[in-house]
Write a protein that binds this ligand. Structure first.
Ligand code: SF4
Ligand code: SF4
Ligand code: SF4
Length: 271
């Protein structure tokens, strides 16, 4: 890491950082430049040597690689391994990189070519099931969210640069939602994954009267079976629950288990 500078009177490095996208909407990268009030301070933390959305050219000399998107093509595996080889720290940026994100919805189809045909028609395109980065390389740090929340990225990057341990909230979104004095969406007849989803977004969706879809993955000790009971008691079908659990990939294991249980019940009703 190069470029010594001062942080609260203590010498702090200004590491070289590069940003990359695999299969993604690039919304997470866009978020980073979405907060003009703090943009110059954020940029002063890092020496950015590659960021296709905002600069031309680029260098392969970097200490930190931020990688957005999931792996959905074989050439992306090679690219990701090369990025990993160059970086001291590899950061998975956003739900696609952490869990497969919305891209992994196509994994519901047993043949990925079905989704490719539905989207691209006869256009020649290679595709495979969507994977999180950790399926191919070691990931040092995850920044959750679809998209990531700029304020949280700033906090995490500051911790990273000054050598502080990055700590994610262990508690669920409900804690932030209650602190914000929102009316619970269940009382308004809406489903919400807030009780089982990792906090850190400041209850972004419930603050705006939308139920949580679990984009940040499970909170520590998430009691998914209990939430299923609550949702069923409130009249939500297994499909409504599955839609949310399957949306971003963070609840993949719980969704697979529930999908299996639901399929078995459909095959043998009354058991
Ligand atoms: S996590 Fe969401 S916002 Fe970020 S790249 Fe994936 S789809 Fe886009
Ligand atoms: S709206 Fe969702 S996040 Fe908020 S208290 Fe209710 S269940 Fe929890
Ligand atoms: S409320 Fe849920 S879906 Fe919305 S940003 Fe937060 S974790 Fe993601």
């Amino acid at each position: 890491m190069t470029g010594e500078r001062n942080y609260l009177g203590v010498p702090a490095p200004r590491p070289k950082a590069a940003f990359f996208e695999l299969s993604s909407c690039e919304g997470c990268q866009l978020q980073l430049f979405n907060n003009e009030a703090t943009l110059t301070e954020f940029l002063s933390l890092l020496e950015i040597v590659r960021f296709r959305e905002v600069m031309t050219g680029g260098s392969d000399e970097y200490a930190i690689a931020f990688v957005e998107g999931s792996v959905t093509r074989s050439d992306e595996i090679e690219r990701l391994r090369a990025i990993r080889g160059n970086a001291e720290v590899l950061v998975a940026l956003g739900s696609c990189a952490c869990f497969g994100g919305v891209n992994q919805l196509k994994n519901r189809f047993s043949d990925p070519r079905f989704a490719a045909r539905a989207v691209y028609g006869d256009f020649p395109i290679t595709t495979m099931a969507a994977h999180p980065l950790e399926d191919f390389v070691a990931v040092d740090l995850r920044i959750y969210g679809c998209p990531v929340k700029k304020e949280e990225v700033e906090r995490i990057v500051t911790d990273l640069v000054v050598g502080k341990k990055v700590v994610h909230p262990k508690y669920p979104v409900c804690m932030e939602c209650k602190a914000n004095e929102n009316i619970c969406l269940y009382d308004l007849g809406e489903p919400c994954l807030g009780p089982i989803t990792r906090a850190g977004c400041d209850a972004w969706c419930p603050n705006n009267r939308f139920g949580c879809w679990g984009c940040r993955g499970p909170a520590e000790g998430a009691n998914i079976a209990q939430l299923e009971e609550i949702m069923k008691a409130r009249g939500f079908t297994a499909e409504v629950i599955l839609d949310r659990l399957e949306c971003f990939g963070g609840f993949r294991d719980a969704a697979d288990e529930l999908r299996k249980k639901t399929d078995e019940q459909e095959r043998s009703p009354g058991t």
